[in-house]
Design a protein around this ligand. Structure first.
Ligand code: MRU
Length: 368
């Protein structure tokens, strides 16, 4: 996506310096646009953990580049297979909910399985870049399929703006490009279809306020920032035509793990008969599990993310406490939206119902 006149993607390597994996520091956005260089497995682990990079597809790509950097750490005394297996386990342990991390790390490790030591670095880099291209194409296709939903509503509204509510940041910053939930929105905007986005602030880390508002602003897409808790009211007031969110892990039966608060939006949409769509690449589908509420591990993060809020003050990013000093807080990063509340899944292969039968049909090759 373009920032000013410069094209950026979520993660990349410059030919001139193949030892540095480059990312946009999402902890600094929207106040500062800084590129961060990751040069070791530890750098990648740290960047995922402290959310310099976040969002399921981007976390996956970062994990893949982490294995590439692990191959650069091999010396003549290294037990290569053990070193790579340790690096893979370490990277996958970083954040538990987004399945893309383990998917991407295992995808690279599988490619390296039968390779000669001399070829490991080349294959690992090629595979990490391949994953980026794959995810870019997945999101482009999600945009095309999701666009049809917006076009139908726009026609019904005789060209009046289509009001889309989204939660967290499932935009290009969370992916390699285009985003998942945002891909249809960008395409509609490009095609001159009037859209307007209600952007949930998305406490506690405010990915909506900081990242989604930033992205949409950069692309000129009309949007309004809202408190997380006001989405239900807007739905009752018929000010929301469709909800589109992302996914960190979707089960084979269609249960969806996404940023905490998504489930509450799904309940409100269901109660107000508003279509609730989840946009995701197939790399975010975990075929090994069925019951999302019982089987998906929900990340618990530092409670300080709840007791404090960070923002810009006097030109620097500062954190301020929003509760009494000794308040006990809990910080569950994600929740589960059961398949029964989801109108459909927007994937790179098309739109399907959130049922095991429909997901199986849509991804018969993946199931085989
Ligand atoms: O904690 P985060 O910011 O990594 O959570 C991100 C989300 O919940 C996104 O909606 C999800 O990863 C999909 S990103 C295309």
């Amino acid at each position: 996506m373009k920032i000013g006149n410069q094209y950026y993607q979520g993660i990349w390597i410059d030919e001139g310096d193949p030892f540095a994996v480059k990312v946009i520091d999402q902890q600094k956005l929207p106040f500062f646009f800084e590129i961060k260089e990751l040069r070791s497995v530890d750098d990648v682990y740290g960047a995922i953990e402290n959310m310099t990079v976040r969002g399921a597809p981007l976390i996956g790509a970062a994990g893949a580049f982490g294995i590439y950097l692990a191959t650069l750490e091999i010396t003549h005394t290294t037990n290569i297979r053990e070193h790579l297996a340790n690096a893979a386990r370490y990277l996958v342990s970083c954040r538990p909910t987004a399945v893309n991390l383990s998917w991407a790390v295992n995808f690279v490790m599988d490619r390296l399985k039968n390779e000669q030591p001399s070829a490991l670095t080349k294959i690992a880099l090629e595979t990490a870049v391949e994953i980026c291209e794959m995810e870019k194409e997945n999101c482009r296709q999600i945009g095309k399929h999701g666009l049809k939903l917006i076009e139908v509503i726009s026609k019904k509204k005789k060209g009046e703006p289509v009001n889309i509510l989204t939660h967290c940041n499932a935009g290009w910053l969370a992916c390699i490009d285009y985003g998942t939930a945002t891909a249809p929105i960008y395409l509609a905007h490009e095609k001159g279809i009037a859209v307007h986005v209600w952007v949930d602030e998305t406490r506690p880390r405010n990915q909506g306020a900081k990242l989604t508002a930033y992205e949409l602003g950069q692309s000129g897409v009309p949007h309004t920032l809202i408190a997380d808790n006001s989405g239900g009211h807007l739905m009752q007031q018929k000010k929301v035509d469709i909800v589109i969110v992302g996914s960190d892990r979707t089960t084979k039966t269609g249960d969806v793990a996404n940023k905490t608060g998504t489930y509450l939006k799904a309940l409100a949409a269901f109660d107000n008969n508003i279509p609730f769509y989840v946009a995701l690449p197939s790399t975010s589908i975990d075929l090994s599990i069925s019951n999302g509420i019982k089987e998906i591990v929900i990340e618990e993060r530092n409670p300080e993310e709840v007791t404090n809020v960070s923002g810009l003050l006097n030109g620097t990013i500062q954190s301020v406490r929003v509760c009494p000093e000794d308040t006990v807080a809990a910080n569950h990063g994600f929740d589960i939206t059961p398949a029964r509340l989801i109108t459909g899944l927007i994937t790179e292969m098309g739109i399907c119902k959130a049922t095991e039968k429909d997901i199986k049909e849509m991804f018969s090759n993946k199931f085989s």
